[in-house]
Design a protein around this ligand. Sequence first.
Ligand code: OSB
Ligand code: MG
Length: 363
Amino acid sequence: MRLKAPFETSFGVTQDRRILLVEAIVDGASGWGEVTTVESPSYNSETTDTAWHIISDFIAPKLLGAEIRSATEVRTLLSSIRGHHMAKAGVENAVWDAEAQLKGRPLAKLLGGTLNEIACGVSLGIRETPDALVKKVTGELQSGYRRIKLKIKPGKDLDFVSAVRKEFPEILLSVDANSAYELKDTAHLRRLDDFHLLMIEQPLQWDEIHAHAKLQSQIKTAICLDECINNAGHALAAIESGACRIINIKLGRVGGHSSAREVHDLCQQHSFPVWCGGMLESGVGRAHNIAMSTLPNFRLPGDVSASQRYWSEDIIEPEVQVTSAGTIQVPQTPGLGFSVKRDLVKSLTVRSNQWMARVMAGA
Ligand code: OSB
Ligand code: MG
């Protein structure tokens, strides 16, 4: 799927997404999940193709024909597979959707969600000039978005943030470095303290909690960890070591709804706010993000925004829409609450595979 506009982060530019979707047939119900890898191993170690391999050769054989009472058991069935959280999440989340449909309940409610409306922010890619960025921010604020996040990297940071802050002194503003800096850049990063940002997301190495603890003790701006937090144990390590004050939860990165809920609950117990991160998802992943964002400790606007910001036509019906108050209304119908446009998915499909459980004699 081609994004309406290229999206630049510190690790590269994306325009054409190669998205892996999973459909799980469970007791006759069809559930959908999305694998949220990016195309190269530049955000974390997974790619669309590693997920294809892991699902085909390891996950599908373990799940086919398995008897489970709830989607919460999928994680246990897959526990012998190390890592590959995004591959696992694509499958586990499809089973969650199917379970919610079988039970006739909205997925958000099945997960324990309490909000009927979620608050939305936007993540803006790196731009050529500060002026171009200010213009983009102006448009997003006019659409109602409640928090603006700016992607930054060395050489594309202070001037850009300063220009936006000058134009909009009061908005909730944050930055995301996607691991573009090092601890030796501490003095430089401290200059961001002048812009009273809500947070700086993942300034240092993707797998370095300890270095973030050192940085957090030397800057005022709250650090939010993204890439570093792959399970509740990582979240606890980050909280106890003072590596951050906020955590962003991404369903794929942590391995699916079960793990996401654990990270959420742990952060809630420690009074750490969480928010829902995005991975330039299609409607399927977006719908899962909406359901997850209804849990009570999602206290900051997430990177979950309207389908129309990304795609000229999304693969779900209805598309995700954002109110002029910068919110998304959570569907109240069973499952994800959006239906997949099968014909459109089919026309975009370049590769597919399916597996069937062997039906036992007499079953
Ligand atoms: O770090 O949040 C990130 C996109 C791809 C990879 C990593 C990130 C992002 C985004 C986009 O910020 C959020 C979105 O609009 O989906
Ligand atoms: Mg991020």
